[in-house]
Ligand binder design. Structure first.
Ligand code: FPP
Length: 240
């Protein structure tokens, strides 16, 4: 286990971007501004997922976590929930070939048990179809909430007699095996984390942009990443 000081020095030296997380907010407002209904915004948002995933992969990012549907999103009108589920389903079916072509592995976090069995099957098919891909891993957060994730992890550990450690808890989170978040971007102009990767983003650099998700561009991603690369990450330590 490297000491905190060597970890700090390593981070100073490289400021690698291994794990990028994005809260893709603003689809609904974007659609309204175009004089369209909210579903139009979600459809454009789904297209943007492909563009940004491919670009992040080219940048050498290893994990891209995208907040697609939260545990709280069930509170939206039934028609909007149904549309988002349908979009996820068609996204999974249409994206698999493209993911494979780009050597991108597909993964999910969240409680899949609440999703329809059809959607669960499509998720599992996409995971199996891309399991040999060695480039970026696209992690879709579906029915995901950090509180729910941590509670599920703790409940899985109830039978363990010894004290829960950071390592045992992390091994039982949905993100087990995935490194912590380095950079978290939220589009749409709000300054909050909305229950996304609260444990994993403990030392993430946070960037908030007013750009609505369907208008987010690879250019803006590049600008944010260059700023990130120049950030001094101290992980609770001090400057040299
Ligand atoms: C927030 O926009 C967006 C979401 C509810 C989640 C993101 C969903 C997508 C990008 C589309 C589906 C994704 C895939 C992978 C198929 P909002 O509705 O909260 O926008 P608003 O804040 O303007 O109302």
């Amino acid at each position: 286990m490297p000491s905190i000081n060597s970890r700090v020095q390593e981070a100073y030296a490289m400021n690698d971007l291994v794990h990028l997380a994005i809260i893709m907010d603003g689809n609904g407002r974007w659609a309204k501004r175009q004089g369209k209904e909210r579903p139009f915004g979600h459809k454009e948002g789904a297209k943007k997922v492909r563009e940004i995933t491919e670009y992040a992969s080219k940048m050498g990012v290893k994990y891209l976590s995208l907040y697609a549907f939260s545990t709280e999103n069930w509170n939206r009108p039934k028609t909007e929930v149904a549309l988002l589920m349908k979009l996820l389903s068609s996204f999974l079916k249409s994206e698999v070939d493209n993911l494979k072509k780009n050597n991108i592995r597909f993964d999910v976090i969240g409680d899949m048990s609440k999703l329809s069995s059809r959607l669960q099957k499509e998720i599992s098919n996409a995971k199996v179809a891309t399991k040999e891909c060695t480039g970026l891993t696209q992690v879709l957060a579906i029915n995901y909430g950090a509180h729910d994730e941590i509670l599920r992890a703790v409940n899985k550990l109830l039978h363990v007699k010894s004290a829960i450690t950071k390592e045992t808890l992390e091994a039982n989170l949905d993100t087990a095996g995935i490194p912590p978040v380095d950079l978290l971007i939220r589009t749409g102009g709000d300054y909050r984390l909305s229950n996304f990767l609260l444990w994993q983003a403990a030392y993430a650099e946070l960037f908030f942009t007013k750009t609505l998700w369907p208008e987010f561009s690879v250019g803006e991603l590049e600008t944010i990443v260059s700023e990130y690369e120049q950030t001094e990450r101290r992980f609770g330590g001090v400057s040299e």
